[in-house]
Design a protein around this ligand. Structure first.
Ligand code: PLP
Length: 430
């Protein structure tokens, strides 16, 4: 049988790149098969090098809330590129994007732009340690905050997909400073604060977890984090790299009414170009160099192309044209309809949804933390993934990721997704 072009390219890629990919979650290791090489994307669709078309629910892992190649975003990037691609000096666009973000988040007074979500969380942690003079940090199992050493302990996303507890290369002395607790457990958190409170610089959390699959905070969980951290002089960091501008115009903090001390952002604020940002109260942010002693820097930070793409994206999202209620409702309907299909076929699933993010867990247990997420049947997910891919639906090649619905997904796209789901279910029943 002749090989597809993706297969041919993957053979070359495996010789040149570890695992053939530049980020582990792109590999199809946990679901089998080989990754599709993508040629182009537009709206809700991506097209591979073999000319196959897919309805895309990965959305570059979150940034593409407007869909791919949005004309207004493309035009903004085109205009920016004509003026040069990087200056290493301040630009008006940086202030504009900063203003836009600060206006959207009540807890932000100042922000700093970086080039990825990892840089945002890594720098926020350094800032928290620098401000408090404490070294320990606390995170939750299954939450992924990028791949900085201190945060790569019991992290979700690719780490969960590959089933590894952490990563060799992270010095034990550093990992020891990271305390991990089950997400959504108020009791475990109380006990940890009693025990380590005075040593903790910060608590970092995805307020809605997206990297063990979607898991919403149970009532009282984030409230307890806020209350106890405030009492113990610990900084609370919301990692809103996924949730920022995803669930509403602003962050999950706008919806739950809890103000963290620091917030990390990425993905959507860069409109598909490499960006991250972290910010918070002025007194904390002014610990950063050049005002304060905590060092943080970046050659491409505030990159003009990324600022242009981010500004165009936020312009559209803040306008009447981007109705989050419609997007969230559409996603809810898709999830409900999928749920009915699985129920009719007697296949146990739990579908967790927050706004336009959802995860289908093949499980008969409610998923509220990493332990319960891990109970889901990953072999079944692999079958489902494969069946959907064959029918033109591109889902995350991992059972522990969110699916991302965009404003570009039409009713017709969702209908096609449901018929692919119905057909796939028939094959799964055997
Ligand atoms: N934080 C969260 C919640 C994420 O989901 C991610 C990436 O998926 C990151 C941080 C790291 O961002 P990046 O991949 O841009 O470094």
């Amino acid at each position: 049988m002749t090989k597809s072009r993706s297969e041919q390219f993957f053979e070359i890629a495996e010789r040149l790149l570890p695992g053939g990919v530049n980020s582990p979650v792109r590999a199809f290791r946990s679901v089998g098969g080989i990754p599709r090489f993508i040629d182009r994307a537009a709206g809700s669709r991506i097209y591979d090098v073999d000319g196959r078309e897919y309805i895309d629910y990965v959305g570059s892992w979150g940034p593409m809330i407007l869909g791919h190649a949005h004309p207004q975003v493309q035009e903004a990037i085109r205009k920016a590129v004509e003026r040069g691609t990087s200056y290493g000096a301040p630009t008006v666009q940086e202030i504009e994007l900063a203003r836009r973000i600060i206006e959207a988040f009540p807890s932000l007074e100042k922000i700093r732009m970086v080039s990825s979500g990892t840089e945002a969380t890594m720098s926020a942690i350094r800032l928290a340690r620098g401000c408090t003079g404490r070294e320990k940090i606390l995170k939750f199992e299954g939450c992924y905050h990028g791949h900085a050493d201190s945060l790569l302990v019991k992290a979700g996303s690719g780490i969960a997909t590959l089933g590894i507890p952490g990563s060799p290369g992270v010095p034990a002395c550093l990992a020891e400073l990271t305390i991990t607790l089950p997400f959504n457990s108020v009791e475990a958190f109380r006990t940890a604060v009693d025990r380590y409170g005075k040593e903790l610089a910060c608590v970092i959390v995805e307020p809605v977890a997206g990297n063990m699959g979607v898991v919403e905070p149970l009532p009282g969980f984030l409230e307890t984090l806020r209350e106890l951290t405030r009492q113990a002089g610990i900084l609370l960091i919301f990692d809103e790299v996924i949730t920022g501008f995803r669930l509403t115009y602003g962050g999950y903090q706008n919806l739950c009414g809890i103000e963290p001390d620091l917030t990390c952002l990425g993905k959507i604020i860069g409109g598909g170009l490499p960006v991250g940002a972290f910010g918070g109260r002025r007194d904390l942010m002014d610990y950063l160099a050049p005002v304060g002693p905590v060092y943080q820097a970046g050659t491409l930070s505030g990159n003009p192309l990324a600022m242009a793409a981010g500004l165009a994206t936020l312009d559209i999202l803040s306008s009447q044209r981007a109705d989050y209620d419609v997007l969230n409702h559409r996603t809810a309907e898709l999830c409900a309809a999928m749920g009915r299909l699985f129920q009719a076929a007697d296949i146990p699933v739990r579908i967790n949804r927050a706004g336009s993010l959802f995860t289908l867990f093949f499980s008969d247990h409610d998923v509220v933390n990493y332990e319960t997420a891990s109970l889901s049947n990953t072999d079944r997910y692999a079958l489902f993934f494969k069946g959907m891919l064959e029918r033109g639906i591109y889902l995350a090649p991992s059972a522990f990721e969110a699916a991302f619905v965009s404003f570009a997904h039409s009713e017709k796209d969702l209908e096609e997704t449901l018929s692919a789901c119905a057909e796939t279910i028939k094959t799964m029943k055997g």
